[in-house]
Design a protein. Structure first.
Ligand SMILES: [Zn+2]
Length: 146
C-alpha cells in the first residue's frame, strides 16, 4: 500500500488501542494485511525512474502524515499525537526497512524486500487507487462508529 494508506491504518490503531503492548504488534501485522489487499503504489508502474519513485514516495509520506493529523484532529481528538506518530511509523516500518535496498541496493535490507514480495498484492491504477481509498474510508468510518 501507499505510505498514506499505512499511515491512516496506523492512525486508527493509535486512536482505538491505547495499550502499546497491543498496538505495536497490531501495527506490524496491519502492514501485511494492508499489502495483501489489491493496491497501487508508487512502484506499481515499472516504467518510472528510481528518482521519480523517490520523489513520489516523499510526497506520499508527507501527505500521509497530513491526512493522519486531520483524521486525529477531526475524528479522534483525544489521541496523543506522539503516540499516533510512533504507531504510524511502526505501521509503515516494513517499507522504511525495504527502502534502503529498493532505492539504493543496500544488501542488508534485501531480506525485508524479499519478505514483502511474498504478500504484496499489486493492482494497477485507477482501480488500485480507488480500491485503496474505499477500504481506508471504510476502516476510518467503522473506527469512528465503534
Ligand atoms: Zn509494504
Amino acid at each position: 500500500m501507499t505510505a498514506t494508506g499505512h499511515a491512516i491504518i496506523g492512525t486508527v490503531i493509535a486512536a482505538k488501542v491505547g495499550n502499546p503492548a497491543l498496538a505495536v504488534p497490531l501495527a506490524i501485522v496491519s502492514h501485511v494485511a494492508a499489502d495483501l489487499f489489491p493496491h497501487w503504489d508508487e512502484g506499481t508502474n515499472g516504467k518510472k525512474s528510481k528518482e521519480r519513485i523517490i520523489v513520489e514516495a516523499v510526497f506520499d509520506v508527507l501527505i500521509g502524515f497530513a491526512i493522519s493529523y486531520l483524521i486525529i484532529f477531526v475524528l479522534f481528538p483525544k489521541t496523543n499525537l506522539s503516540y499516533a506518530f510512533l504507531i504510524i511509523l511502526i505501521s509503515q516500518s516494513l517499507d522504511w526497512l525495504t527502502a534502503p535496498y529498493y532505492f539504493w541496493g543496500l544488501k542488508p535490507f534485501k531480506i525485508f524486500y524479499k519478505f514483502q514480495k511474498m504478500f504484496d498484492n499489486r493492482m494497477p491504477a485507477p482501480w488500485g487507487i480507488i480500491n485503496q481509498i474505499a477500504i481506508l474510508a471504510l476502516i476510518v468510518i467503522l473506527a469512528k462508529i465503534f
